[in-house]
Design a protein around this ligand. Structure first.
Ligand SMILES: Cc1cc2nc3c(=O)[nH]c(=O)nc-3n(C[C@H](O)[C@H](O)[C@H](O)COP(=O)(O)OP(=O)(O)OC[C@H]3O[C@@H](n4cnc5c(N)ncnc54)[C@H](O)[C@@H]3O)c2cc1C
Length: 379
Protein backbone atom coordinates (compact mmCIF):
# COMPACT_ATOMS: atom_id res chain seq x y z
CA UNK A 1 0.00 0.00 0.00
CA UNK A 2 1.48 3.33 -1.11
CA UNK A 3 0.14 6.26 0.89
CA UNK A 4 1.81 9.03 -1.08
CA UNK A 5 -0.37 10.85 -3.62
CA UNK A 6 0.63 10.89 -7.27
CA UNK A 7 1.05 14.18 -9.19
CA UNK A 8 -2.48 14.02 -10.71
CA UNK A 9 -3.93 13.28 -7.25
CA UNK A 10 -2.10 16.26 -5.75
CA UNK A 11 -3.31 18.47 -8.62
CA UNK A 12 -6.89 17.26 -8.05
CA UNK A 13 -6.60 18.00 -4.32
CA UNK A 14 -5.17 21.47 -4.86
CA UNK A 15 -7.83 22.42 -7.41
CA UNK A 16 -10.54 21.27 -5.01
CA UNK A 17 -8.95 23.08 -2.05
CA UNK A 18 -8.94 26.30 -4.05
CA UNK A 19 -12.57 25.79 -5.08
CA UNK A 20 -13.66 25.09 -1.51
CA UNK A 21 -11.81 28.17 -0.26
CA UNK A 22 -13.58 30.32 -2.87
CA UNK A 23 -17.03 28.74 -2.52
CA UNK A 24 -17.28 27.82 1.14
CA UNK A 25 -20.95 27.55 2.20
CA UNK A 26 -20.24 29.48 5.39
CA UNK A 27 -21.22 28.59 8.92
CA UNK A 28 -24.01 26.14 9.62
CA UNK A 29 -27.28 28.06 9.93
CA UNK A 30 -29.04 28.32 13.28
CA UNK A 31 -32.55 26.98 13.47
CA UNK A 32 -34.43 23.85 12.56
CA UNK A 33 -33.52 20.89 10.37
CA UNK A 34 -35.19 22.48 7.35
CA UNK A 35 -32.84 25.48 7.41
CA UNK A 36 -29.90 23.13 7.69
CA UNK A 37 -31.17 21.05 4.79
CA UNK A 38 -31.71 24.11 2.57
CA UNK A 39 -28.12 25.16 3.30
CA UNK A 40 -26.81 21.75 2.19
CA UNK A 41 -29.01 21.80 -0.91
CA UNK A 42 -27.72 25.19 -1.93
CA UNK A 43 -24.14 24.01 -1.42
CA UNK A 44 -24.79 20.99 -3.65
CA UNK A 45 -26.19 23.22 -6.38
CA UNK A 46 -22.98 25.23 -6.35
CA UNK A 47 -20.84 22.10 -6.41
CA UNK A 48 -22.86 20.82 -9.38
CA UNK A 49 -22.46 24.11 -11.27
CA UNK A 50 -18.69 23.59 -11.29
CA UNK A 51 -18.72 19.82 -11.76
CA UNK A 52 -17.82 18.87 -8.18
CA UNK A 53 -21.10 17.32 -6.96
CA UNK A 54 -20.26 13.73 -7.96
CA UNK A 55 -16.58 13.43 -8.75
CA UNK A 56 -16.86 9.61 -8.84
CA UNK A 57 -19.50 9.64 -11.62
CA UNK A 58 -18.28 9.19 -15.20
CA UNK A 59 -17.87 12.39 -17.21
CA UNK A 60 -20.72 11.44 -19.54
CA UNK A 61 -23.13 11.75 -16.60
CA UNK A 62 -21.73 15.02 -15.28
CA UNK A 63 -19.06 13.65 -12.95
CA UNK A 64 -15.28 13.90 -13.20
CA UNK A 65 -14.51 10.22 -13.69
CA UNK A 66 -12.45 10.41 -10.50
CA UNK A 67 -10.42 7.42 -9.36
CA UNK A 68 -11.21 5.88 -5.98
CA UNK A 69 -8.29 7.69 -4.41
CA UNK A 70 -9.51 11.01 -5.84
CA UNK A 71 -13.00 10.29 -4.47
CA UNK A 72 -11.47 9.64 -1.07
CA UNK A 73 -9.54 12.91 -1.38
CA UNK A 74 -12.81 14.70 -2.23
CA UNK A 75 -14.52 13.53 0.96
CA UNK A 76 -11.41 14.14 3.05
CA UNK A 77 -11.14 17.71 1.76
CA UNK A 78 -14.85 18.33 2.30
CA UNK A 79 -14.41 17.26 5.92
CA UNK A 80 -11.19 19.23 6.31
CA UNK A 81 -12.86 22.41 5.00
CA UNK A 82 -15.69 21.88 7.48
CA UNK A 83 -18.12 21.89 4.57
CA UNK A 84 -21.35 19.90 4.87
CA UNK A 85 -22.28 16.74 3.02
CA UNK A 86 -24.36 17.38 -0.08
CA UNK A 87 -28.13 17.34 0.57
CA UNK A 88 -28.82 14.58 -1.95
CA UNK A 89 -26.18 12.29 -0.52
CA UNK A 90 -28.30 9.13 -1.02
CA UNK A 91 -28.99 10.10 -4.63
CA UNK A 92 -25.33 10.82 -5.37
CA UNK A 93 -23.80 7.85 -3.57
CA UNK A 94 -26.51 5.19 -3.85
CA UNK A 95 -29.28 5.85 -6.40
CA UNK A 96 -27.05 7.34 -9.13
CA UNK A 97 -24.47 4.52 -9.23
CA UNK A 98 -27.25 1.88 -8.98
CA UNK A 99 -29.11 3.42 -11.94
CA UNK A 100 -25.83 3.61 -13.89
CA UNK A 101 -25.24 -0.10 -13.27
CA UNK A 102 -28.75 -1.46 -13.84
CA UNK A 103 -30.74 1.25 -15.61
CA UNK A 104 -31.91 1.42 -19.20
CA UNK A 105 -30.69 4.36 -21.30
CA UNK A 106 -34.08 6.05 -20.76
CA UNK A 107 -33.76 5.69 -16.98
CA UNK A 108 -30.23 7.11 -17.02
CA UNK A 109 -31.35 10.03 -19.18
CA UNK A 110 -34.35 10.72 -16.96
CA UNK A 111 -32.95 10.40 -13.44
CA UNK A 112 -29.23 11.17 -13.27
CA UNK A 113 -29.09 14.90 -14.04
CA UNK A 114 -31.61 16.03 -11.36
CA UNK A 115 -29.76 13.90 -8.78
CA UNK A 116 -26.58 15.82 -9.51
CA UNK A 117 -28.11 19.27 -9.12
CA UNK A 118 -30.16 18.31 -6.05
CA UNK A 119 -33.33 19.20 -7.92
CA UNK A 120 -34.77 15.75 -7.12
CA UNK A 121 -33.89 14.28 -3.75
CA UNK A 122 -33.79 10.51 -3.14
CA UNK A 123 -34.41 8.30 -0.13
CA UNK A 124 -33.75 4.63 0.51
CA UNK A 125 -36.85 2.52 1.23
CA UNK A 126 -35.25 -0.73 2.32
CA UNK A 127 -35.81 -1.30 6.08
CA UNK A 128 -39.18 -2.38 7.45
CA UNK A 129 -40.45 -2.97 10.98
CA UNK A 130 -39.55 -6.69 10.66
CA UNK A 131 -36.73 -6.48 8.14
CA UNK A 132 -33.53 -4.57 8.90
CA UNK A 133 -30.44 -6.75 9.19
CA UNK A 134 -32.47 -9.49 7.54
CA UNK A 135 -33.45 -7.26 4.64
CA UNK A 136 -34.48 -10.12 2.36
CA UNK A 137 -37.33 -10.86 4.78
CA UNK A 138 -39.18 -7.68 3.78
CA UNK A 139 -42.94 -7.84 3.26
CA UNK A 140 -43.92 -4.73 1.26
CA UNK A 141 -45.71 -6.16 -1.76
CA UNK A 142 -45.93 -5.01 -5.38
CA UNK A 143 -48.55 -6.53 -7.69
CA UNK A 144 -48.57 -5.99 -11.45
CA UNK A 145 -51.68 -5.12 -13.35
CA UNK A 146 -51.08 -4.29 -17.01
CA UNK A 147 -48.27 -1.73 -17.13
CA UNK A 148 -48.65 -0.62 -13.53
CA UNK A 149 -47.49 -1.98 -10.19
CA UNK A 150 -49.54 -1.41 -7.04
CA UNK A 151 -47.52 -1.29 -3.83
CA UNK A 152 -48.72 -1.88 -0.28
CA UNK A 153 -46.65 -2.06 2.89
CA UNK A 154 -44.60 -0.14 5.41
CA UNK A 155 -41.03 1.11 5.47
CA UNK A 156 -39.21 2.57 8.45
CA UNK A 157 -36.10 4.64 9.30
CA UNK A 158 -36.31 6.25 5.86
CA UNK A 159 -33.79 9.09 6.12
CA UNK A 160 -34.70 12.29 4.31
CA UNK A 161 -38.06 10.96 3.03
CA UNK A 162 -39.65 14.29 3.97
CA UNK A 163 -37.53 16.04 1.30
CA UNK A 164 -37.60 13.29 -1.31
CA UNK A 165 -39.15 13.15 -4.73
CA UNK A 166 -38.00 9.56 -5.38
CA UNK A 167 -37.52 6.42 -3.31
CA UNK A 168 -35.28 3.41 -4.00
CA UNK A 169 -37.92 0.87 -3.08
CA UNK A 170 -37.38 -2.86 -2.66
CA UNK A 171 -40.64 -4.83 -2.65
CA UNK A 172 -41.75 -8.45 -2.85
CA UNK A 173 -43.13 -9.31 -6.28
CA UNK A 174 -43.23 -13.11 -5.91
CA UNK A 175 -44.44 -14.52 -2.60
CA UNK A 176 -43.79 -18.14 -3.69
CA UNK A 177 -40.12 -17.70 -4.61
CA UNK A 178 -37.30 -18.14 -2.02
CA UNK A 179 -37.02 -14.89 -0.07
CA UNK A 180 -33.96 -13.45 -1.88
CA UNK A 181 -35.43 -14.27 -5.30
CA UNK A 182 -38.92 -12.84 -4.95
CA UNK A 183 -37.83 -9.19 -4.75
CA UNK A 184 -37.84 -6.34 -7.26
CA UNK A 185 -36.33 -2.86 -7.14
CA UNK A 186 -38.45 0.18 -8.05
CA UNK A 187 -37.99 3.89 -8.51
CA UNK A 188 -41.08 5.12 -6.65
CA UNK A 189 -42.50 8.62 -6.96
CA UNK A 190 -43.05 9.89 -3.40
CA UNK A 191 -45.42 12.60 -4.56
CA UNK A 192 -48.66 10.63 -4.44
CA UNK A 193 -51.49 10.45 -1.90
CA UNK A 194 -50.91 6.73 -1.34
CA UNK A 195 -47.46 7.38 0.18
CA UNK A 196 -47.67 8.89 3.65
CA UNK A 197 -44.47 10.13 5.29
CA UNK A 198 -44.56 10.34 9.09
CA UNK A 199 -41.52 11.77 10.86
CA UNK A 200 -39.82 9.87 13.67
CA UNK A 201 -38.16 12.15 16.17
CA UNK A 202 -34.76 10.88 17.31
CA UNK A 203 -33.08 11.20 20.70
CA UNK A 204 -31.38 14.37 19.35
CA UNK A 205 -34.82 15.94 18.84
CA UNK A 206 -34.43 15.90 15.04
CA UNK A 207 -36.80 14.01 12.75
CA UNK A 208 -33.95 12.83 10.50
CA UNK A 209 -35.83 9.72 9.43
CA UNK A 210 -39.45 8.66 8.88
CA UNK A 211 -42.01 5.92 8.60
CA UNK A 212 -43.49 5.38 5.14
CA UNK A 213 -47.02 4.05 4.91
CA UNK A 214 -47.66 2.82 1.38
CA UNK A 215 -51.26 2.04 0.66
CA UNK A 216 -51.85 1.18 -2.99
CA UNK A 217 -49.15 3.44 -4.46
CA UNK A 218 -48.77 3.21 -8.24
CA UNK A 219 -45.48 2.63 -10.03
CA UNK A 220 -45.33 2.40 -13.85
CA UNK A 221 -43.51 -0.69 -15.14
CA UNK A 222 -40.88 1.55 -16.76
CA UNK A 223 -39.73 2.42 -13.20
CA UNK A 224 -38.69 -1.15 -12.45
CA UNK A 225 -34.87 -1.21 -12.18
CA UNK A 226 -32.87 -4.25 -13.29
CA UNK A 227 -35.86 -6.45 -14.17
CA UNK A 228 -38.50 -8.34 -12.23
CA UNK A 229 -37.13 -10.71 -9.56
CA UNK A 230 -33.65 -9.12 -9.59
CA UNK A 231 -34.30 -6.82 -6.61
CA UNK A 232 -31.79 -8.50 -4.31
CA UNK A 233 -28.91 -8.14 -6.79
CA UNK A 234 -29.82 -4.50 -7.50
CA UNK A 235 -30.13 -3.79 -3.75
CA UNK A 236 -26.65 -5.24 -3.20
CA UNK A 237 -25.27 -2.71 -5.69
CA UNK A 238 -26.88 0.05 -3.60
CA UNK A 239 -25.55 -1.40 -0.34
CA UNK A 240 -22.03 -1.84 -1.74
CA UNK A 241 -21.97 1.81 -2.72
CA UNK A 242 -23.29 2.89 0.69
CA UNK A 243 -19.97 2.98 2.47
CA UNK A 244 -17.59 3.69 -0.40
CA UNK A 245 -16.35 7.25 -0.06
CA UNK A 246 -18.50 8.24 2.91
CA UNK A 247 -16.08 6.41 5.20
CA UNK A 248 -13.43 8.99 4.41
CA UNK A 249 -15.74 11.87 5.26
CA UNK A 250 -16.68 10.29 8.59
CA UNK A 251 -13.10 9.49 9.43
CA UNK A 252 -12.05 13.11 8.86
CA UNK A 253 -15.00 14.42 10.90
CA UNK A 254 -13.92 12.16 13.75
CA UNK A 255 -10.37 13.51 13.52
CA UNK A 256 -11.67 17.10 13.66
CA UNK A 257 -13.79 16.37 16.74
CA UNK A 258 -10.82 14.74 18.44
CA UNK A 259 -8.58 17.73 17.65
CA UNK A 260 -11.10 20.16 19.09
CA UNK A 261 -11.44 17.97 22.20
CA UNK A 262 -7.65 17.96 22.64
CA UNK A 263 -7.60 21.76 22.22
CA UNK A 264 -10.34 22.10 24.79
CA UNK A 265 -8.47 19.86 27.27
CA UNK A 266 -5.24 21.83 26.68
CA UNK A 267 -7.01 25.16 27.20
CA UNK A 268 -8.55 24.26 30.55
CA UNK A 269 -5.44 22.49 31.86
CA UNK A 270 -7.02 19.02 32.02
CA UNK A 271 -4.47 17.68 29.52
CA UNK A 272 -1.97 17.74 32.42
CA UNK A 273 -4.01 15.01 34.09
CA UNK A 274 -2.27 11.76 33.03
CA UNK A 275 -5.54 9.80 32.97
CA UNK A 276 -7.09 12.30 30.55
CA UNK A 277 -3.94 12.54 28.44
CA UNK A 278 -3.81 8.75 28.28
CA UNK A 279 -7.41 8.50 27.10
CA UNK A 280 -6.90 11.17 24.44
CA UNK A 281 -3.75 9.36 23.31
CA UNK A 282 -5.74 6.15 22.97
CA UNK A 283 -8.40 7.92 20.89
CA UNK A 284 -5.65 9.42 18.71
CA UNK A 285 -4.26 5.94 18.05
CA UNK A 286 -7.70 4.63 17.13
CA UNK A 287 -8.30 7.55 14.76
CA UNK A 288 -5.00 6.83 13.00
CA UNK A 289 -5.69 3.09 12.74
CA UNK A 290 -9.08 3.96 11.27
CA UNK A 291 -7.53 6.25 8.65
CA UNK A 292 -4.97 3.66 7.60
CA UNK A 293 -7.56 0.88 7.50
CA UNK A 294 -9.77 3.05 5.27
CA UNK A 295 -6.85 3.46 2.85
CA UNK A 296 -6.13 -0.25 2.99
CA UNK A 297 -9.74 -0.89 1.95
CA UNK A 298 -9.24 1.48 -0.96
CA UNK A 299 -6.14 -0.40 -2.10
CA UNK A 300 -8.16 -3.64 -2.11
CA UNK A 301 -10.79 -2.14 -4.38
CA UNK A 302 -8.13 -0.72 -6.70
CA UNK A 303 -6.41 -4.10 -6.86
CA UNK A 304 -9.38 -6.48 -7.10
CA UNK A 305 -12.08 -4.22 -8.53
CA UNK A 306 -14.55 -4.68 -5.68
CA UNK A 307 -14.78 -3.69 -2.02
CA UNK A 308 -13.41 -6.24 0.41
CA UNK A 309 -14.78 -6.96 3.88
CA UNK A 310 -12.50 -4.18 5.22
CA UNK A 311 -15.42 -1.79 4.65
CA UNK A 312 -17.27 -3.52 7.46
CA UNK A 313 -14.24 -3.26 9.71
CA UNK A 314 -13.93 0.49 9.06
CA UNK A 315 -17.62 1.11 9.75
CA UNK A 316 -17.44 -0.89 12.99
CA UNK A 317 -14.24 0.86 14.14
CA UNK A 318 -15.61 4.29 13.24
CA UNK A 319 -18.90 3.86 15.13
CA UNK A 320 -17.16 2.46 18.22
CA UNK A 321 -14.49 5.19 18.28
CA UNK A 322 -17.03 7.94 17.64
CA UNK A 323 -19.18 6.73 20.53
CA UNK A 324 -16.15 6.53 22.84
CA UNK A 325 -14.99 9.98 21.77
CA UNK A 326 -18.34 11.68 22.33
CA UNK A 327 -18.80 9.90 25.68
CA UNK A 328 -15.33 11.03 26.78
CA UNK A 329 -16.10 14.61 25.69
CA UNK A 330 -19.23 14.48 27.85
CA UNK A 331 -17.21 13.16 30.81
CA UNK A 332 -14.73 16.02 30.38
CA UNK A 333 -17.41 18.69 30.06
CA UNK A 334 -19.48 17.50 32.97
CA UNK A 335 -23.03 18.86 33.26
CA UNK A 336 -22.53 21.22 30.28
CA UNK A 337 -22.66 18.18 28.01
CA UNK A 338 -26.30 17.77 28.95
CA UNK A 339 -27.27 21.31 27.96
CA UNK A 340 -29.71 21.60 25.08
CA UNK A 341 -28.13 23.02 21.91
CA UNK A 342 -24.57 22.32 23.09
CA UNK A 343 -22.58 20.85 20.20
CA UNK A 344 -21.21 18.01 22.32
CA UNK A 345 -24.64 17.12 23.69
CA UNK A 346 -25.83 16.71 20.09
CA UNK A 347 -22.77 14.66 19.09
CA UNK A 348 -23.14 12.38 22.14
CA UNK A 349 -26.79 11.64 21.38
CA UNK A 350 -26.40 11.34 17.59
CA UNK A 351 -23.52 8.87 18.00
CA UNK A 352 -25.93 6.33 19.57
CA UNK A 353 -27.30 5.51 16.11
CA UNK A 354 -23.83 4.99 14.59
CA UNK A 355 -23.70 1.34 15.59
CA UNK A 356 -27.11 0.68 13.95
CA UNK A 357 -27.21 2.74 10.72
CA UNK A 358 -25.63 1.21 7.62
CA UNK A 359 -25.31 -2.22 9.29
CA UNK A 360 -25.32 -2.97 13.03
CA UNK A 361 -22.06 -3.72 14.83
CA UNK A 362 -23.14 -7.31 15.52
CA UNK A 363 -23.79 -7.96 11.85
CA UNK A 364 -20.49 -6.31 10.86
CA UNK A 365 -18.66 -8.45 13.41
CA UNK A 366 -20.18 -11.55 11.80
CA UNK A 367 -18.88 -10.39 8.40
CA UNK A 368 -15.40 -9.73 9.79
CA UNK A 369 -15.37 -13.08 11.62
CA UNK A 370 -16.46 -15.06 8.58
CA UNK A 371 -14.84 -13.19 5.73
CA UNK A 372 -11.70 -11.62 7.24
CA UNK A 373 -10.77 -14.18 9.89
CA UNK A 374 -12.26 -17.17 8.05
CA UNK A 375 -14.10 -18.45 11.14
CA UNK A 376 -16.93 -20.94 10.68
CA UNK A 377 -20.33 -19.47 9.76
CA UNK A 378 -22.67 -18.77 12.68
CA UNK A 379 -25.69 -20.06 10.75
C1 LIG B 1 -29.75 7.03 11.80
C2 LIG B 1 -30.30 5.90 10.97
C3 LIG B 1 -30.66 6.12 9.65
C4 LIG B 1 -31.20 5.08 8.87
N1 LIG B 1 -31.57 5.34 7.58
C5 LIG B 1 -32.15 4.36 6.83
C6 LIG B 1 -32.62 4.64 5.51
O1 LIG B 1 -32.52 5.76 5.00
N2 LIG B 1 -33.22 3.65 4.81
C7 LIG B 1 -33.36 2.39 5.31
O2 LIG B 1 -33.88 1.52 4.61
N3 LIG B 1 -32.92 2.09 6.57
C8 LIG B 1 -32.33 3.06 7.34
N4 LIG B 1 -31.91 2.77 8.62
C9 LIG B 1 -32.20 1.45 9.17
C10 LIG B 1 -30.98 0.57 9.38
O3 LIG B 1 -30.47 0.11 8.17
C11 LIG B 1 -31.48 -0.60 10.28
O4 LIG B 1 -31.82 -0.02 11.52
C12 LIG B 1 -30.42 -1.64 10.48
O5 LIG B 1 -30.19 -2.34 9.29
C13 LIG B 1 -30.81 -2.63 11.59
O6 LIG B 1 -32.07 -3.16 11.37
P1 LIG B 1 -33.19 -3.17 12.51
O7 LIG B 1 -33.29 -1.79 13.08
O8 LIG B 1 -34.42 -3.78 11.93
O9 LIG B 1 -32.62 -4.08 13.66
P2 LIG B 1 -32.60 -5.69 13.66
O10 LIG B 1 -32.06 -6.19 12.37
O11 LIG B 1 -33.94 -6.18 14.10
O12 LIG B 1 -31.56 -5.96 14.79
C14 LIG B 1 -31.89 -5.94 16.18
C15 LIG B 1 -30.67 -6.40 16.96
O13 LIG B 1 -30.37 -7.78 16.61
C16 LIG B 1 -29.01 -7.87 16.17
N5 LIG B 1 -28.91 -8.85 15.07
C17 LIG B 1 -29.71 -8.95 13.97
N6 LIG B 1 -29.29 -9.95 13.17
C18 LIG B 1 -28.20 -10.50 13.76
C19 LIG B 1 -27.32 -11.56 13.43
N7 LIG B 1 -27.47 -12.29 12.31
N8 LIG B 1 -26.31 -11.85 14.29
C20 LIG B 1 -26.14 -11.13 15.44
N9 LIG B 1 -26.95 -10.11 15.82
C21 LIG B 1 -27.96 -9.79 14.98
C22 LIG B 1 -28.67 -6.48 15.66
O14 LIG B 1 -27.28 -6.25 15.68
C23 LIG B 1 -29.43 -5.59 16.64
O15 LIG B 1 -28.68 -5.42 17.81
C24 LIG B 1 -31.37 3.79 9.44
C25 LIG B 1 -31.02 3.57 10.77
C26 LIG B 1 -30.50 4.60 11.55
C27 LIG B 1 -30.15 4.32 12.97
Amino acid sequence: MDLTFSEPELAFRDELRTWLADHHPGAEPEGDGDAHYAWRRDFQRRLADDGWAAVHWPREYGGRGATLTQSAIFFEELGRANAPLMANVLGLLLAGPTIMTWGTQEQKDRYLAPILTGEEIWCQGFSEPDAGSDLAGLKTKAVKNGDTWTVTGQKVWTSGAQYSKWCMLVARTDTDAPKHKGLSYFLMDMEQEEVQVRPLRQITGEPEFNELFIDGAKIPDENLLGGEGNGWKVALTTLMNERAGLGFFLQVRLRQMLDSLIEMAAADGSLDDPVIADKLGELHLKAEVLRLTAYRGLSTVEKYGQPGPEGSLTKWMWSETNQQLTQFAADLLGPRALTANDRWAYELLRARGNSIEGGTTEVLKNIVAERVLGLPKAR
